[in-house]
Design a protein. Structure first.
Length: 375
């Protein structure tokens, strides 16, 4: 047998064969290499344009001399700080290499090829990947069409209707990426009340810190009431540490115990642990970022208004705009101008582009490039 005779697809797990890899935003260096543009701007991965905060940066630098050693596998200090922050026992926390890692652990712990996971259309793309990778079935509920709830947003009634005997996990992104839509406390609570006892409900709150509406719930407060609730959070967004990869889950301690069984040892590295501990203390940086984000959102949506472009109302650090034609072409046109945003055709949104809120000058550069491409 020659190497050419091997069909590795036949050897791979069936769930993996059908997977399409997650498509990340295009890196600046890649665009600069490919198109020869200079000073490219990346508004494509919902990163914090102001990060990292000064305290997190100091903390990361101060531990660099220790990186020949493994970190503390339990992430003791970070876990203690998070427990204090959320007023839960340390045993309720599971650390992840980004919150994606935690979402993946949840799928590995609770799903098998005999089980199903429910999520909404337009929901964050990692859910179907994690579900399929373990060979479980994904059931996708239609999103709101605008008549009974915000268009593109999760329709919790439609999701509940798909929950059956074999459902083990429901994924809810609040707010959701790429739509920026969100759920109020009362509707989410009513949904949790309706869930049968064999269903774990994951509420993914990657953009939690950005949401300022008082009807938006802090579901970490609900853990005692809903033992099958798992809340995920991240340091990648408002805390400005996307490159270090730190996220975590809050759950019933027994659930955390199960997640920790599949967690890789040392999944959060030494530098990341130190930076995350410091980032939690830097409340000024966080408050500033939330304020800048609000202003940046206003800057972008005002620009969309001037160009008569509809957009999906968002509470995150990004917004999806309807460019009124094949967004892939507009995306390419923006790339030639050195502006990277995210096309979302893979989400079934071929006319939308998702734009991360940048610094004021980056937002301006995007708006004028968009105007140039569209006219
Ligand atoms: C809704 C949502 N959940 C989770 C994540 C994962 O982020 P991380 O793995 O960096 O924590 C993202 C990142 O874009 C997201 O948009």
């Amino acid at each position: 047998m020659t190497p050419a005779d091997v069909d590795f697809l036949e050897l791979a797990a069936p769930g993996v064969c059908g997977l399409t890899p997650y498509q990340p935003g295009k890196p600046v260096a890649e665009l600069e290499r490919e198109l020869g543009v200079r000073n490219a701007v990346k508004l494509a991965s919902n990163e914090n344009p102001w990060g990292p905060g000064p305290q997190a940066l100091d903390a990361a630098q101060s531990v660099m001399r220790q990186i020949a050693r493994y970190p503390e596998g339990s992430g003791y200090q970070l876990v203690e700080r998070l427990a204090a922050r959320h007023d839960v026992a340390p045993g309720c926390i599971t650390l992840g290499n980004g919150s994606n890692d935690v979402l993946d652990m949840i799928a590995r712990v609770f799903l098998t090829p005999q089980h199903e996971a429910v999520f909404s259309r337009y929901a964050f793309a990692v859910y179907p990947i994690s579900v399929q990778a373990v060979g479980a079935s994904a059931r996708e509920a239609p999103a709101h069409d605008g008549s009974r709830g915000p268009a593109w947003g999760h329709d919790l009634d439609a999701m509940a209707a798909l929950v059956g005997r074999d459902t083990r996990v429901v994924f809810i992104a609040n707010p959701n990426n790429p739509t920026g839509t969100w759920l109020h406390a009362d509707e989410l609570e009513a949904f949790l009340e309706r869930m049968p006892p064999h269903v774990m409900v994951v509420v993914d709150e990657a953009y939690f810190e950005y949401v300022e509406d008082e009807r938006y719930p802090d579901t970490s407060r609900w853990l005692a009431r809903y033992p099958r609730l798992i809340v995920t959070r991240t340091f990648s967004k408002a805390y400005g540490l996307a490159g270090l990869r730190v996220g975590y889950a809050l759950s019933h301690p027994q659930v955390a115990g199960l997640l920790n069984r599949v967690r890789q040892p040392f999944n959060v590295n030494l530098v990341a642990q130190a930076a995350a501990v410091a980032a939690l203390e830097d409340t000024q940086f966080l408050a500033d970022c939330v304020r800048y984000n609000r202003a940046g959102m206003q800057q972008l949506v005002s620009g969309f208004g001037r160009m008569n472009l509809p957009y999906i109302e968002s509470v995150g650090n990004f917004v999806a705009v309807d460019v009124g034609r094949a967004a892939s072409e507009v995306y390419q046109g923006l790339l030639r101008q050195g502006v990277i945003v995210r096309p979302v055709a893979n989400y079934g949104m071929p006319r939308h582009l998702r734009v991360t809120i940048g610094r004021p000058e980056e937002n301006e550069r995007f708006l004028s490039a968009l105007h140039a491409v569209l006219t």
